[in-house]
Design a protein around this ligand. Structure first.
Ligand code: FE2
Ligand code: FE2
Length: 294
């Protein structure tokens, strides 16, 4: 654990917020030009409130700032300024979200006012982030000893989980990427599942599933209890056959393969499928095992 690990977490979050602010500014230009996508604007404001405030600011307010004070950084000055700005930001975002629906039919003047307030907010938020990056966090690096870093990072992870869910940062990183790469596309229907959620889903499958990564190393499978009911030694092809099969799937000469085996009066079907990402790059093989009627 390095001494600046906490700073890396928060600076990365700042980068995400800055990207959100850029998206907000684009939508504000659209609103002023009379071609606003209010749904998207709402999603961006939600991001700035749900992530920028409830996740990021809360990490600073409830964990980083108190630790800084405990370690001798004066509460007056920078910390007080930052806290006041968090409060003002929170109020402004909530107000903007409640007023947003009225903007479609608002007078030009009202729309202009709304846009200007949010533009000023975006500029101020950006400055706030720069002050933290360049002044406050370096103070923290000098003040926070290595032995406090683990505890601080654990508190950050708890904020993610309590205020949103595990892996909130990963979810929002993907969401921003989606908006940036496909500006006019609607929001993806579902958020990204965390590893533990995926594991729970896999454990509920009425069959066994194993994912092998591109190096043929098993990455994710059902819980051990479920897998134990399958006589793997009997039903799985020999290691050399498996290697040949993975190679065919990797090369693309075959997309899937089916193997059926009998063991102790039970019949099993094993399906192997090549898994490729959206660019067609091979990322691994899925093995699905089901018990079938003879
Ligand atoms: Fe802050
Ligand atoms: Fe911050």
């Amino acid at each position: 654990m390095s001494q600046n690990a906490w700073q890396e977490v928060l600076t990365y979050e700042h980068d995400l917020i800055v990207r959100g602010l850029a998206l907000l500014n684009t939508e504000l230009d659209n609103l002023e030009a009379g071609k606003a996508d209010l749904v998207k604007m709402q999603q961006i404001l939600d991001f700035l409130l749900d992530f920028g405030d409830k996740v990021h600011n809360v990490k600073e307010e409830n964990h980083l700032f108190p630790l800084l004070v405990e370690r001798g950084v004066p509460q007056s000055g920078l910390i007080r300024d930052m806290l006041l700005e968090h409060e003002a930001e929170r109020e402004l975002l909530v107000r903007a979200l409640t007023r947003l629906n009225m903007m479609l039919h608002a007078s030009l003047e009202d729309r202009h006012l709304f846009v200007n307030k949010l533009r000023a907010y975006a500029a101020r938020r950006q400055e706030h982030i720069e002050i933290e990056n360049k002044e406050l966090y370096p103070l923290g690096i000098a003040a926070i000893p290595l032995e406090d870093v683990d505890k601080l990072l654990a508190s950050f992870a708890r904020v993610d989980e309590i205020n949103l869910y595990q892996n909130a940062v990963l979810h929002f990183t993907r969401l921003l990427q989606h908006w940036e790469e496909r500006p006019s596309a609607p929001l993806p229907a579902a958020r990204t599942l965390s590893n533990s959620e995926w594991q729970a889903v896999v454990d509920h499958l009425p069959l066994a599933m194993v994912f092998y990564d591109a190096q043929n190393i098993a990455e994710m499978s059902n819980s051990l209890a479920q897998r134990r009911t399958i006589p793997w030694q009997d039903v799985r092809p020999a290691e050399s056959q498996m290697a040949a099969l993975f190679e065919k799937l990797r090369s693309g000469s075959e997309d899937s393969a089916v193997v059926t085996k009998e063991s102790g009066g039970r019949n099993f079907q094993l399906v192997y499928r090549a898994v490729r990402n959206e660019k067609g790059v091979f990322i691994g093989t899925l093995e699905i095992v089901t018990e079938i009627k003879p």
